[in-house]
Design a protein around this ligand. Structure first.
Ligand SMILES: CC(C)[C@H](C(=O)O)[C@@H](O)C(=O)O
Ligand code: SF4
Length: 477
């Protein structure tokens, strides 16, 4: 028998019963938010059931919340959803990080920063980007409303066993290239269905060299390649990040936990259902040009012509995307101007993201044709960024500095783009209408969004950084 993958190890440790129609898993952590949980709480009530493990359930309000004038939720449904979440949590004894709570933030940001997300856990949330938590070596995936009810009532979940895929990243990240560029490249390579039915384990030098903030960006977006989730084996980087976080074990329990977490890696002779290898040593900053995250090019490239695609479907999707995006084939992406820049979302609103963007912004002004906002992923991040003076860098440049929330990512709150507006966005989805009806989204890294805000169009941060700042850096080509 061959060895075990990281996924196999976590799966097996949580398998309660494999003889049922669907294997039954124990769930260690259930995260909930205001958009998908109200229905689940209503169903629970209808069924006359209670929350089995309120101690393993944590809630936050993030999708619908205003990022300025915090308590003034204009939309009636949104207001009701937040109230329903808070009341349901109070009724069932669930910890809830309400709008003004100092621990409030986007669900996938606060789990890790509070130390709720730890290696080897099974983590679910009624939200597709739950894959983010897999960066810690947990098995974390999104679930639907009826599944939320099931987990609330039983702390278990029936789940078909997914297949496994290994994405092995070769090389070191070049200067000016971020985790966001890497994951966009991966999606571009394997396609938006490339990971369907699989849990992706990321390995390789590139991953080893990444911080937890970067690893979370990678796992967050693997979802957009159709994968069920992503996982990264925990290592010293993981343990250093988690040490002393509020909910992690302390003292001797911490040492014991770390010993156990060290077992969570693939055995040498383990095999995957699929293996993909990608060399990122020559990768350039990426920009999406279309209406799915796989429609992506390097900053030095031109927008592709639909005729360059090799089948009828990709040709017609490209044509449709160019039409919606109001772009002409063969235009250099650097010539495309933007109306808005958004630095935020569960993909790219952590402290390192804000630090990188601030480095670019420092001493510059937002272009007069652009409105730009920075939305930290949580109050913790907001406070830390303010301690470092990042807020002042952004505000002095003309960015708005907001309270935490999903903000412009989903078009579900008052932060929305107008029809026809073009946005350089650090979020994870560029679907038609995602950031507002008729809005045109280009997915980029925080540095690339910051540079576009200042220049008014997409810019190669490697050249710009070099020329304008005169910082002769031998690693910049
Ligand atoms: C609202 C929620 C169900 C949704 C998701 O599951 O992903 C949202 O977070 C998104 O990013 O589109
Ligand atoms: S920030 Fe965007 S992707 Fe993340 S949970 Fe919120 S809406 Fe979903």
């Amino acid at each position: 028998m061959s060895g075990k993958t990281l996924f196999d190890k976590v799966w097996e440790r949580h398998l309660i019963d494999s003889n049922l129609d669907q294997p039954l898993l124990f769930i260690d952590l259930h995260l909930i938010h205001e958009v998908t949980s109200p229905q689940a709480f209503s169903l629970l009530k209808e069924q006359g059931r209670n929350v089995r493990r309120p101690d393993l359930t944590f809630a936050t309000a993030d999708h619908n919340v205003p990022t300025k004038n915090r308590d003034d939720i204009k939309d009636i449904l949104a207001k009701k959803q937040v109230e329903f979440l808070v009341n349901s949590c109070h009724e069932h004894g669930i910890t809830v990080y309400d709008l003004d709570h100092p621990d409030n933030g986007i669900v996938h940001i606060i789990g890790p920063e509070l130390g709720l997300t730890t290696p080897g856990k099974t983590i679910v949330c009624g939200d597709s980007h739950t894959s983010t938590h897999g960066a810690f070596g947990s098995l974390a995936f999104g679930i639907g409303s009826s599944e939320i009810t099931h987990v609330l009532a039983t702390q278990t979940l029936p789940q078909n066993k997914p297949k496994t895929m290994n994405i092995h990243l070769i090389g070191s990240k070049p200067k000016g290239v971020s985790a966001k560029d890497i994951i966009l490249k991966i999606i571009g390579e394997i396609g938006t269905n490339g990971g369907t039915g699989h849990i992706v384990e990321f390995t390789g030098q590139t991953i080893k060299e990444m911080s937890m903030d970067e690893r979370m960006t990678i796992c967050n977006m693997i979802l957009e390649a159709g994968a069920r989730s992503g996982m990264i084996a925990p290592d010293e980087v993981t343990f250093n990040y988690l040490k002393d976080k509020r909910f992690v074990p302390k003292g001797e329990d911490w040492d014991r936990a770390v010993d156990e977490w060290k077992q969570l890696h693939k055995d040498e002779d383990a095999t995957y259902d699929q293996v993909v290898k990608i060399d990122i040593s020559n990768l350039e900053p990426q920009v999406t040009w279309g209406t799915n995250p796989g429609q992506v090019i390097s900053i030095s490239e031109n927008i592709p012509s639909p005729t360059s695609f090799n089948n009828d479907i990709t040709r017609s999707t490209a044509k449709q995307a160019l039409n919606y995006m109001n772009l002409n084939a063969l235009t250099p992406i650097k010539d495309v101007s933007i109306d808005k820049a958004f630095i935020g979302s569960c993909t790219n609103s952590r402290l390192e993201d804000l630090e990188l963007a601030a480095e670019i912004v420092k001493g510059h002004k937002v272009n007069e044709n652009v409105t730009a906002l920075v939305v930290p992923g949580s109050y913790h991040i907001k406070r830390k960024a303010e301690e470092k003076g990042l807020d002042q860098i952004f505000i002095n440049a003309g960015f708005e500095w907001r309270d935490p929330g999903c903000s412009m990512c989903p078009g579900m709150n008052s932060d929305m783009a107008k029809p026809g507006e073009r946005i350089a966005s650090t979020s994870n989805r560029n679907f038609e209408g995602r950031q507002g009806k008729g809005a045109r989204t280009h997915l980029v890294s925080p540095e690339m969004a910051a540079a576009a805000a200042i220049k008014g169009h997409f810019t190669d941060i490697r050249e710009w950084h070099y020329n304008e700042w005169g910082e002769a850096d031998a690693t910049i080509s």
